[in-house]
Design a protein around this ligand. Sequence first.
Ligand code: ADP
Ligand code: MG
Length: 700
Amino acid sequence: MKNPLLLSIEYLKGVGPQRAEILRSEFGIFRFRDLLYHFPFRYVDRTKFYRISEVTSTATEIQIKGKITSLREVGEGRKKRLVGNFIDDTGEVELVWFRTTKWQVEKFRSLIQKPITIYGKPNLFNNKLSFTHPEIEEESSEKSSNGLLPVYSNTEKALKRGINTRVWQKMQAEVWIQVGNYIKENLSEELCRKYGLTSRKAAFKNIHFPDSTEALEAARKRLKFEEFFFLHLSLQAQKAHGKRSFKSFAFTQIGNYFNDFYKNHLGFELTNAQKRAVKEIRADLGKEVQMNRLLQGDVGSGKTIVAFLSILIAADNGFQSLLMAPTEILAQQHYNGLKEEADKIGLNIALLTGSTPKSARKIIHEQLESGELDMLVGTHALIEDKVQFKNLGLAIIDEQHRFGVAQRAKLWRKGKRPPHILVMTATPIPRTLAMTIYGDLDATVIDELPAGRKPIKTVHRKDKDRLVVFKFIKDEIQKGRQAYIVYPLIEESDKMDYKDLMDGYESITRAFPLPEYAVSIVHGQMKPTDKEYEMQRFVKGETQIMVATTVIEVGVNVPNASIMVIESSEKFGLSQLHQLRGRVGRGAEQSYCILMTADKLNEVAFKRVSTMCETNDGFRIAEVDLELRGPGNVMGTQQSGLLDFKIADLKADKPIFLAAKNAAEWLIETDPSLSHPSNQHIRAFFDAFHKKQLSWALIS
Ligand code: ADP
Ligand code: MG
């Protein structure tokens, strides 16, 4: 017999082709099984009845016992509606129905003066409480339901087709009758015992129709655990896969390059966090097992020098390194910085990007193959097949999320053995997220800024304060500083935003006129050469103000720029605001970030702006970002598709997350191929579920 879990949803009693179409298009429910995974988002306590005098318009769905005293038709045409008066001993509310059928009107009339229960969400209109399309139950037919009834997320379209809360409940009840006995366990008895988990079947039953609050809690815990568990299991599998299959070269010695540079040329004392990072990387590089390490650190935390010291370790062992950046500008900047250091100790370095001329490219190719070049900095151009190394030992990737796993894999084939991999990111990611996104990487966090940095002062100013802000900028320019003024440009092609930018530029040039002031402008629609020219003017100090779109986000490094004004800052996301702010505070002077907003802000925008004013800590900001937007939207997670949890919540369910991680690690350690009979359920589920994502066969 066919597994009913896989039956098409239109075969469910009470669904049919039309509703099936809605369920598919609005909710992605194609089969019986999908319906089962459409979990309630809350429950109503059907044992509680309200009295009209207690009702406010802000209440969610509630139920009231009372009676309809009269019914009348009101309005004309599309506004025509049926209005009823409903009373209990404490007051009166209106019931409203649009587009009623004759049959419905008759039905409601027959209920006048009879004891009924209405159920719905109250609205306040013209100082009068009303219920639109309430559900109605006759007192006599009232079943003694035992409390908690599920409420499912719904859409306008579905409601129009009559799929209301009651219908959802009926569909769920029906599907349960059909498939309840086919729900298979997917954890081992041992795990269920160890982590106090209810059975899978009981969990699905109680998530939809809780026997009690305790049973509901147990169901939620079980389903969350399950979601996290299989995620962790697949990450563990990936990690084990990487660990076992790839061998790099072991860099066993620390030699002259490293020691000479460290003793004689390092211009400052490393922070403790940097020392720890170097130590971890050094330990990894000393082994044959390929390093896959994430180096996370806020803007300005000093990741570059850590990367450079790693490069020196490779060089000491006779190996070449490469550093790959997401943009030309960034590659150029890395090159400039690293060349200065490399020259001190006679290390050969080159830059390769899309705009490297053919002739220069040819020389670089030759020198890489002969081993004359010790390290190469560049963009995507680095991973072209033509670029071959004599003995590549270490690859450093700046900002991985712009590359993707496939390109990383391409790198692995550049040497006789795959190089060790170090991924640097300045996007602080909350720990739980980092574990899931970069689950296959070990992580090092630089959580300390070099001493003596003056924290950037951040303030919130509104449009009406503009003159004061301009005055402030003038005073700072007077002292010899420079300022960025950034406009939001969400889409580079968005004409609206472009106009905002040009209007802004004009008003800035009016407020800061020649010859006293000079203003640069840079935006995405300019030719690269023009962009470069304008940037250079600002870098050289020929202009005091740089008006720009977010193209400067990963761009220039100008230590003399000490003011960052972000226009319409309410339109930016938190991580973007943080990145932009990181453009200042690079010199010795006190730096400022001024967040301009409209006079009125919504709650979320206000929270973002005030968080920026309160803290410079990127990790703290990332946590708030996660809170405000949910994990699916935090940078770098969109592409992963890993975080579409049905019920689990990375933030709220951290203890379950950690327990599930623990369980997955333990399992992989004790039974790496999941071949033990007691783990057969896990293996079966894992195989089916992750067939697309990764191949279990590779690790077993
Ligand atoms: P990021 O982590 O943003 O890449 P960088 O590596 O560019 O940061 O470092 C920012 C600046 O701080 C650089 O000018 C670098 O030379 C300097 N720096 C790095 N480490 C230290 C340190 N331990 N003490 C003082 N300055 C440091
Ligand atoms: Mg950097």
